[in-house]
Design a protein around this ligand. Structure first.
Ligand code: TTP
Ligand code: MG
Length: 362
């Protein structure tokens, strides 16, 4: 190289030619190092998976997490649970403010403040639980249920005004994109009728929820449904959730074959497009201390869903997102009759009509 620079390029002094040669060598080495590092980062699969357990108020998310994950052989070594930080909402700061109570007492005054605090406590909890070693982190709810269910509901009820929802949305996306740990690898939707949730809520008697009505639970139910359960728009035939392609469906374990879907659609937040969801029927009242078989059946379904998502993530040729891109929209309804269906209908048109993600969920 030095000789080439001197004889062909016309650099007279040898030390000049040497320093140019060294400079080029170092730059090339630096570039190569960067390339290797970024390829390494891209190709290292994320080791631990996170699923978010979703469902209406008092459907039984906390019980499900505690009884299923901690008390079954199928999940004991696999799962670490992260319950929702409701206790933090009930006891804020030195003065022990109860912001959950303040919200229910004066929703118009406190909806924004409460939703803001809910988000912050989720970020803290995600950070605190990020060092775990078990292969699956099961979290109670996510920032997406906050946004797609509760924030939507309080906004529609005019408990959050236009300025407040704009402020919420102005930080939601940037913060979520900086903290990928907030984006679950899968969702588990515990599904039951609003009536059943209302009965369970009355039984557990959480002091702050004395004023929560059946209508409010119906509203929250519709929001969960239109987000996590397949339905068809009457006008356009658009599906919010896609069925798996046949070859994948066949590879699914029979325990979950009828209840795994991909989230997709215009109303879906971009960071959870194509994320798989497992829908579990939680309509029957199950006494987990007695019905060990029912508990194990749920545990098996969670374990199988974990295997499914993990396999897709580990196999670059069959990334969940890549496969989902090829899915043709088609109507999907659970066909083994196991799932509860509101009034015999799967499609909640009202849920779609009330959707307005034009500003909040681009
Ligand atoms: P949930 O998150 O539904 O939890 P839960 O413990 O009531 O449900 P489960 O029995 O299934 O474990 O709600 C907790 C309380 O917080 C409930 O009163 C609803 C309220 N809440 C909001 O108002 N906004 C929110 O964004 C969230 C996440 C909860
Ligand atoms: Mg709970």
């Amino acid at each position: 190289m030095v000789e080439f620079l001197q004889s062909s390029v016309g650099i007279v002094h040898r030390n000049h030619a040497e320093s140019i040669t060294n400079f080029i060598k170092e730059s090339v080495l630096e570039d190569l190092k960067d390339d290797c590092l970024s390829t390494e980062v891209q190709s290292t699969p994320k080791k631990r998976l996170t699923f978010s357990v979703e469902g209406n108020i008092s459907v039984g998310k906390t019980t499900f997490l505690q009884r299923i994950a901690n008390e079954t052989l199928e999940l004991q070594d696999l799962v670490e649970i992260v319950p929702e930080p409701v206790n933090k909402w009930q006891d804020v700061g030195w003065d022990h403010f109860n912001i959950l109570d303040a919200f229910y007492a004066e929703p118009q005054r406190y909806a924004y403040t409460f939703q803001n605090y809910v988000f912050v406590t989720r970020v803290v909890q995600e950070r605190e639980s990020s060092g775990g070693i078990k292969p699956l982190r099961l979290m109670e709810r996510s920032v997406f249920s906050d946004r797609m269910v509760f924030v939507r509901t309080v906004h529609e009820a005019n408990w959050m005004n236009e300025m407040e929802i704009s402020i919420y949305d102005s930080w939601f996306d940037p913060v979520v994109s900086c903290l990928p740990g907030l984006i679950p690898d899968g969702f588990i939707y515990l599904r039951a009728s609003p009536d059943t949730c209302h009965k369970r809520m009355l039984l557990r008697k959480r002091a702050e929820e004395g004023g929560v009505t059946l209508e409010y639970l119906q509203d929250l139910h519709e929001k969960h449904e239109s987000w996590l359960f397949p339905f068809q728009s009457g006008n356009h035939g658009v599906l919010s959730v896609s069925k798996l392609p046949l070859h994948i469906e066949c590879s699914l374990h029979p325990d979950i074959r009828d209840c795994v879907f991909y989230l997709e659609g215009d109303h879906m937040h971009s960071s959870i497009q194509k994320v798989p969801a497992l829908v579990l029927d939680c309509e029957p009242n199950i006494d987990f201390s007695k019905d060990i078989e029912a508990k194990r059946q749920y545990a098996r379904q969670v374990a199988e869903f974990f295997e499914f998502v993990k396999k897709k993530k580990d196999d670059p040729a069959h990334k969940v997102g890549e496969v989902a891109k090829s899915i043709q929209p088609q109507l999907l309804l659970p066909h083994r009759g196991g799932l509860w269906v509101p009034d015999g209908k799967h499609f909640l048109e009202s849920a779609l009509k009330s959707f307005d993600f034009s500003r909040a969920m681009p």
